[in-house]
Design a binder for this molecule. Sequence first.
Ligand code: AHR
Length: 741
Amino acid sequence: MTDLNIFTKQKTADVSAALYGIFFEDINRSGDGGLYAEMLANRAFDDGVIPEGCVYSADSMTITSPTGWVCGFDCYEGEGIFGWKADGAKISLTDKGTLNSVRKRALEVCFNGGRLKNSGFEGLAVTEGESYRFYMFAKSVNAADIKICLVSDSGDELSDYCSLRVQGGYTRYECILRADRTDYNASLELSSDSGDTVTLGFTSLFPTDTFCGRENGLRKDIANKLISLSPAFLRFPGGCIVEGFTRETAYRFEDSIGPVWERRPHRLLWGYNSTNGLGFHEFLQLCEDAGIDAMYVFNCGMTCQARCPDYFDEPLVEEFFQDARHAILYATAPSDTEWGAKRAQNGHPEPFGCLKYLEIGNENYGGEYIKRYKLFYDRLKAEFPQFVYIATDHVERSGLHVDLVDDHYYADPLFFAANHDIYDDHSGQAIYVGEYASTIGCKQGTLMGALGEAAFLTGVERNQDRVKMTSYAPLLNDPMFTEWQPDLITFDNHRCYGIPSYHMLRMFAQSRGDYVCGHTLETGSSQRCDKGQTVLYYCGEKVILDSKTSQGTGAAYSYTFDKPADSLHLTFCDNGLTNEDQNRYELTAEGGLCRVVHYNGWSKHTVSQGKCDECLNAESFILYVDDKGYELCINGSPAHSGSFKPLPDIYAVCTADTNKNELIIKLVNITDREIDVKIGCDRELAATMHVDTLTGESPDSVNSFEEPLRVAPCEKIIEVYDNTLSICPYSVNIFRAKLMA
Ligand code: AHR
């Protein structure tokens, strides 16, 4: 039995209205061909161009940046033209006479009775009755009649066709194609009898029915899926893509506005090109259409610190500073100013009122960051005091001012559960958990992943006076182009579904209340089992220790030394449930100090440390590990010990909704047992409650295109007897009860 006592008259925090947001980054091809409704792949023909300063290796299909970072490059133009296929026609790329100065390539086509095809991102999805806008910038010395049509894999026409006569210098040609059949593996086909060379400078195919009907807009189903999460804000455009891996690949706002064919492409460090069609303006437009706030993340003068960083010199830092400043002016300045006028020209005369948050850099840290943070913050804050400024490192510890610090966590579900209290003792600096996800052991997005995150979020909600905002990451994944898993929403060219975490987040974001109530929780704690391998590095040698004796639920490992050690390094795994490499404890004894550090995904936490003079002169060594902790005995005597964080059976947070006169109780059970939770409350609760439950057949249950709602919430009205709620195994539950007296 678990006891939960709730004190509605004890307000411990106000609910933070901005707690649940979304974070979009173009990863897993979630921009062009994903949220951004463009259907053609490589519409500007420059996907295969090697970024400036990088060297291509055909053997490994990689490029190496000037600072030595190696990343995948699988569409090199020397080996084919990504996205485009010729059938009877002759095609070649040219860097001469391109459409404009930002377009590095154009496509020369000699049709001569043949065809040119583009099947988008693994097939175009064409739906009967829907219309598609095609346009191209093309030139031809002599008149060439080009037939445009949507076709099936076997060449059958799926739409009406149009005929465009190309003649003279670059001109925009456009037509609407209406599909009379549905086919999810279609292609766009251009054909002509002309034997002359026609040069294509830029192409595009869009459904006319986009989110809010915007011409350069978003795929309706995906945009609606995002909005259905009831987010308070959108963080964009990244992520690591903001940092880039070379000077050229660092994100610049100025490349992302204006006519799409005049936008410089962006080589993303996730291994492909974005045409920047989903740019600063479109992100703000999405926020405005969805009625949510915008958070703009900008480069602060360095490339990604995890990828052989390049720290820009002062003039280049200044360029990036001005780029950030111009973005802000573009969003907010009146239309009779330079940047406001550009916005007006792009169809939005009024300032975008939705821009509220500015994040200086992404995952940047250390001295180089602090210098740049200060430079950006001081000047921007002086000119634009109205924004909320976010840092990516704890700059407040260096005496700098910041409104929010962005913490990121990628770890296994049990890390999240065990660290539900991570912000309990946190004081001072307000936090934005800008990226987090259960990644280890649940790449497909399992129920267990969602349970760990939900347990963590109960702690975040309890502390929402300090943790003001959160956003899960990443957001979208096309499984044909996965770079990173899990992602909140999986999509293909015509469908999308949410992983269990999506449903959990939707439940949390839609059940807020207005203040957090005090509570006490008495609950059991789960067993951790030590099943993993324990490895000792002794004087540089690796020894795999076998469990010799059993001690309760744990094990004892012993080792006899044959010479004094100069260093001792021991790795033992947490629970054997997940990848040991990603979830391990490391004990290091050196210089009279013994320290145990827990590594879980990206998190590193010192469990214990202390003096241990004998460590290195030991003759015998025994390590006892059980579900609660470990003890190291040197020469027969206890020398060092530490505890593992317990995993409570039940995690809880309670908020009150004053308007509805309701109590909202969120309860998460990560065990395989049904647990009764006895509720005590300082006010009488209605015996009839509304409950949403998210659970599944097993902790490994996932959703899929075939079964998109296999793990989805179910809603019930229940009668509560004896003030006891039965919480089923592996479940997230949100109860709503009327407050009676
Ligand atoms: O969310 C995926 C990546 O994780 C983001 O690009 C980055 O900020 C973090 O490293």
